[in-house]
Design a protein around this ligand. Structure first.
Ligand code: IMP
Ligand code: MG
Length: 176
């Protein structure tokens, strides 16, 4: 296996994440208490661990679906193009939908996906993000439930990668 030529410094411990996920799930369960069913949509791939932990703490009838978006950052212009690589399997019209994302950074990915799902006329559509880097925001995103606000640093772990590595770390760390 190739050596890793960078260091990872722990930013958020596994214990802190678990505690935060538990309290987010309580808030979400309360909010949707009268819902017939909640469709939890995870954005691949970064949200896969977060969504797995979150749905197990939800005291609600839940369905899980996934969507994969790819963004191409062009360093020379501020606009970003977002492509849908994998769409939802199910219909969301008339349903309560919760979009689950790992990190909201510039906001382009979430804004694009939110607008797409909104056009399918769900009964409701909200966003839950584990991490937010507000200092990097370029377009507005309304995050209803947020795990942690973090500084403008590159992070890995708990599903989040650096060149596809480190997703399996149980904690979140910064790369240096
Ligand atoms: P946005 O469109 O700029 O908001 O990009 C959000 C996406 O970029 C996230 O879903 C992540 O996949 C990725 N991303 C942003 N910041 C980081 C980071 O610090 N580590 C790993 N991926 C990141
Ligand atoms: Mg992502």
């Amino acid at each position: 296996m190739a050596d890793q030529d960078y260091r990872i410094n722990k930013l958020i411990s596994a214990k802190s994440i678990a505690a935060r996920v538990e309290s987010l799930a309580k808030e979400i369960s309360t909010h949707y208490a009268d819902s017939e069913k909640l469709i939890v949509v995870g954005l691949l791939r970064g949200s896969f661990i977060f969504i797995a932990d979150l749905v197990r703490e939800l005291d609600l009838p839940v369905e899980v679906d996934f969507l994969e978006a790819s963004s191409y950052g062009n360093k020379k212009v501020s606009s970003r193009e977002v492509r849908i690589l994998k769409d939802l399997r199910g219909e969301i019209k008339g349903q309560d939908v919760l979009l689950v994302e790992d990190i909201v950074d510039t906001g382009h990915t979430m804004q694009h996906v939110f607008t797409l799902l909104q056009s399918r006329q769900p009964r409701s559509l909200e966003v839950c993000a584990l991490l937010d880097k507000p200092s990097r925001r370029e377009v507005e995103v309304n995050i209803k439930w947020l795990g942690f606000e973090i500084p403008d640093e590159f992070v890995v772990g708990y599903g989040i990668d650096y060149a596809q590595r480190n997703r399996n770390l149980p904690y979140i760390g910064t790369v240096s």
